[in-house]
Design a protein around this ligand. Structure first.
Ligand SMILES: Cc1cc2nc3c(=O)[nH]c(=O)nc-3n(C[C@H](O)[C@H](O)[C@H](O)COP(=O)(O)OP(=O)(O)OC[C@H]3O[C@@H](n4cnc5c(N)ncnc54)[C@H](O)[C@@H]3O)c2cc1C
Length: 506
């Protein structure tokens, strides 16, 4: 029987682009990469500041979380990129591998720091993350906080602050689609199909065989299928395909192929909250005196690749121990030298800056469930934020220390007073209320298809337990979130997936 490909990869995101490109490079046969969204060929995708408009656009899945008990019932936006490059085409491009003992702590065979280091090296050889140049002076000042120098990027391994590294090239986004997918499309047998939203996978005698798109198109694979639709998309597709908790699937009228209780469980993200600072001569913002700079910004970006449009909004930050103990960092700070997302709207009059803290290793867990077998209906995304009181307490301590650090930083003439929530919100009770009222996430959901032994839905070699010919390659397989931003680890997972799949099924 003729097939459409040897391997079909579902989802051209950070991990999927690399899994597909590396499978093709390893000569496993014909590889077909399916993406629900459009191309990433759009000026706002390439221009770093463009993400301010991309979030909430048609290149975002625009999911909403379930009402969060730990946040007084608030629902959060769950932004996810919907285009080539996936969330890596809508993100801030901050680059961190995570902490070495994050991987050792996963306790999964083949995934210790020593096991993953080479994959990170291979990914970085193509992504070439670099410390950003031309950052706002406020960000430059951060590097003095823990005695570092301006040429050293902070690291989650120890207390440190300063300008982050980013996967940009010549002040343009350089995603997994740019670094891996497009070159592989040219050089190897890789075909990419956009506008191809997957409903489900069909099995024959427990072997994954066909991919069904929501428009009814059927695509067949000869050797296997790789799910790379991300922490929200992959478990939803898997459940619609009949792999998940039998009781839940039956509730949705879905035929059970394999009863796998933990599919969709273990959803978690980095919980975050921060402070807003405003003053007339402070960070970037919409003020009369900054109008000329905004008018010039597109031209400066276009002709010399500099200025505020070359900024991905987050420019730097820090890692520190929330309680100031001589321990390892347990919170990360993102510093944004712009007045953005204040008073509920993205752009607000005034100028200032924003600094948050997020918990590096949250204990709270939520879960993802289907609300319907219909792929057009969004799943129920319960992030489970702050279900564990320890997460609130670390964030509370982190916010208090953040204030101390922001006062200590040598911001000079750019210093501005904290205006929200304001210094009067200072008692533990008031800050806990603030976390409940304003807490959010860092858009790093992981864990819904945890890899591991025993009851884990995915094996350490990334195949879906209980069926054959089906693998997962994306952030959903992380047993626990890494201590910093999740794009680089997701790419590393895509790279490891191609290593395993080509060895096991190529
Ligand atoms: C706004 C934002 C800012 C962020 N900032 C940073 C940052 O600065 N640094 C950092 O390290 N991390 C950041 N992240 C997180 C990081 O981008 C993600 O962790 C990473 O991209 C996850 O990769 P992935 O491959 O698991 O999923 P994704 O990159 O999300 O890829 C999933 C792909 O599958 C596609 N897909 C989903 N469902 C289907 C379907 N049914 N059919 C076909 N295709 C489908 C999607 O459209 C998408 O292209 C940010 C995320 C967001 C949303």
């Amino acid at each position: 029987m003729s097939t459409d490909a040897d391997f079909i990869v579902i989802g051209a995101g950070s991990a999927g682009c690399i899994a597909a490109a590396e499978l093709a490079r390893r000569d496993v046969g014909r590889v077909l990469l399916l993406e629900a969204g459009p191309s990433d060929n759009h000026p706002l995708v390439k221009m770093p500041f463009g993400l301010a408009w991309l979030m909430g656009s048609k290149r975002d899945w625009r999911f909403k979380s379930a009402p969060q008990k730990g946040l007084g019932g608030r629902q959060l936006n769950v932004h996810r990129g919907r285009m080539l490059g996936g969330s890596g085409s809508i993100n801030s491009m901050v680059w961190f591998r995570g902490r070495r003992d994050d991987f050792d702590g996963w306790n999964v065979k083949g995934w210790s720091w020593r096991d993953v280091e080479n994959a990170f090296e291979a990914v970085e050889a193509k992504l070439q993350p670099k410390q950003m140049t031309g950052v706002h002076p406020l960000v430059q000042a951060l590097s003095g906080l823990f005695g570092g120098n301006a040429n050293e990027a902070p690291t989650p391994e120890y207390e440190s602050a300063g300008t982050f590294r980013f996967n940009m090239r010549d002040a343009r986004r350089w995603s997994a689609a740019d670094a891996f997918m497009r070159p592989a499309e040219e050089a190897y047998d890789l075909k990419v199909r956009t506008g191809s939203e997957v409903d489900r996978i069909e099995f024959e005698d427990g072997q994954a065989k066909r991919v069904i798109l929501i428009d009814g198109t059927i695509l067949t694979s000869a050797k296997g299928i790789v799910l790379s639709a991300g922490s929200i998309g992959s478990p939803a597709i898997l459940m619609r395909s009949g792999v998940g908790s039998a009781a839940h699937l039956q509730e949705q009228g879905i035929e059970v192929i394999h009863d796998s209780e933990e599919v969709g469980e273990n959803l978690h993200d980095h919980p975050a909250a921060g402070f807003y600072y405003a003053g007339p001569r402070s960070g970037y913002g919409l003020t009369l005196s900054q109008m000329p700079a905004w008018v010039l910004a597109p031209f400066r970006y276009l002709f010399v690749r500099k200025g505020r449009f070359a900024s991905p909004t987050v420019e730097g930050g820090a890692f520190f121990n929330a309680r100031g103990e001589a321990g390892e960092p347990d919170v990360q700070c993102h510093f944004i030298p712009f007045m953005l997302d204040w008073r509920g709207s993205r752009f607000t009059h005034g100028s200032g800056y924003f600094a948050d803290v997020c918990v590096c290793r949250p204990k709270s867990r939520g879960r993802l469930r289907l609300t319907s077998a219909d792929p057009n209906v969004a799943p129920d995304i319960d992030l489970g934020l702050f279900q564990d009181p320890d997460d609130v307490e670390i964030l509370l301590a982190g916010l208090k220390r953040l204030r101390v650090l922001m006062n200590k930083a040598e911001f000079g003439k750019y210093r501005a007073p904290e205006v929200f929530p304001g210094p009067e919100v200072s008692t533990d009770e008031a800050l806990r209320r603030y976390i409940r009222d304003r807490g959010a996430t860092a858009y790093h959901p992981v864990g819904t298809l945890r890899m591991g032994e025993g009851t884990a839905p995915v094996t350490p070699r990334l195949s879906v337990a209980g069926v054959s010919g089906l693998w997962v390659a994306d952030a959903s397989v992380m047993p626990a979130v890494t201590s910093a931003n999740t794009n680089a680890p997701s790419m590393m997972i895509g790279y490891r997936a191609a290593e395993f799949i080509s060895e096991d099924a190529g």
